[in-house]
Design a protein around this ligand. Structure first.
Ligand code: CTP
Ligand code: CA
Length: 224
């Protein structure tokens, strides 16, 4: 993997990356969201671009600059992310899902601001589409890499996602106290059918380069 780092290993390839959180409206002024910073996805988009790929970055609301040469599509909700992904992913060789897509959205967002009335209330939620699984289920899918932020038996939970989502590679990421979310350093394990590789601890930018090199090797059929 390391030898390929400096090379233009993705020249002529198209890479799509999803990044950041999604925001699911509750009413016109409120939403359900999460703490994803988007750093991992932006770092992967930058690394893929440096490796020579055309890069399409589908980003939820984040506070990050677009990496040089990267085409960016901004979205808010999971449904918008899904729409943007399917609009452009047909041209891509590699899909990297780093977005922290909200698993649920309010069933019926209120048309007007919900007013305080001193009573308790219940918010009814419906499941969002699994964008990564949908990409993997396309007729001619790109190589698919997912991220699994897990606690407990991190590797077993992540490996289960390989099968349940039908994806090629999963990056297992332990979350909790100072790990994973909103941090610069990270340790991950990449899992695929019949293989695994541990990467880090390293800054997200370095890990991103190694993940891109690994995916490039898999695309070229040289991953061992
Ligand atoms: N993902 C996605 N669309 C969703 C949910 C997740 O594309 N609606 C992608 C994420 O971008 C990530 C991978 O699926 O690459 C795993 O996300 P994760 O939240 O760990 O998996 P879930 O299937 O949502 O399972 P859970 O949250 O229950 O662990
Ligand atoms: Ca989830």
């Amino acid at each position: 993997v390391t030898e390929a780092l400096g090379s233009r290993s993705l020249t002529g390839r198209c890479v799509m990356v999803t990044a950041g959180p999604t925001r699911e409206p509750v009413d016109p002024v409120r939403y359900l969201g999460n703490r994803s910073s988007g750093k991992t996805g932006f770092a992967i988009a930058a690394a893929a671009r440096r490796a020579g790929a055309r890069v399409i970055l589908v980003a939820g609301p984040v506070n990050l600059a677009t990496p040089p040469g990267v085409e960016r599509v901004d979205v808010q909700t999971a449904e918008e992310m899904r729409y943007a992904v399917h609009a452009w992913v047909g041209a891509c060789d590699l899909f990297v899902g780093t977005a922290a897509v909200a698993d649920y959205r309010p069933a019926e967002p209120a048309a007007g601001k919900v007013k305080r009335d001193g009573e308790g209330r219940t918010l009814s939620l419906v499941p969002n589409p699994d964008i990564l699984a949908e990409v993997a289920a396309r007729p001619k899918p790109p190589l698919t890499m997912g991220f699994a932020a897990e606690t407990g038996d991190v590797e077993a939970n992540a490996r289960a996602k390989l099968a349940s989502k039908g994806i090629d590679l999963v990056v297992a990421n332990e979350v909790g106290e100072g790990k994973g979310f909103d941090t610069d350093d990270n340790t991950v394990t990449v899992l695929w059918e019949g293989g695994r590789r541990r990467l880090g601890p390293a800054p997200k930018t370095e890990l991103a380069r190694e993940l891109v090199a690994l995916a490039a090797a898999r695309l070229d059929g040289t991953l061992q």
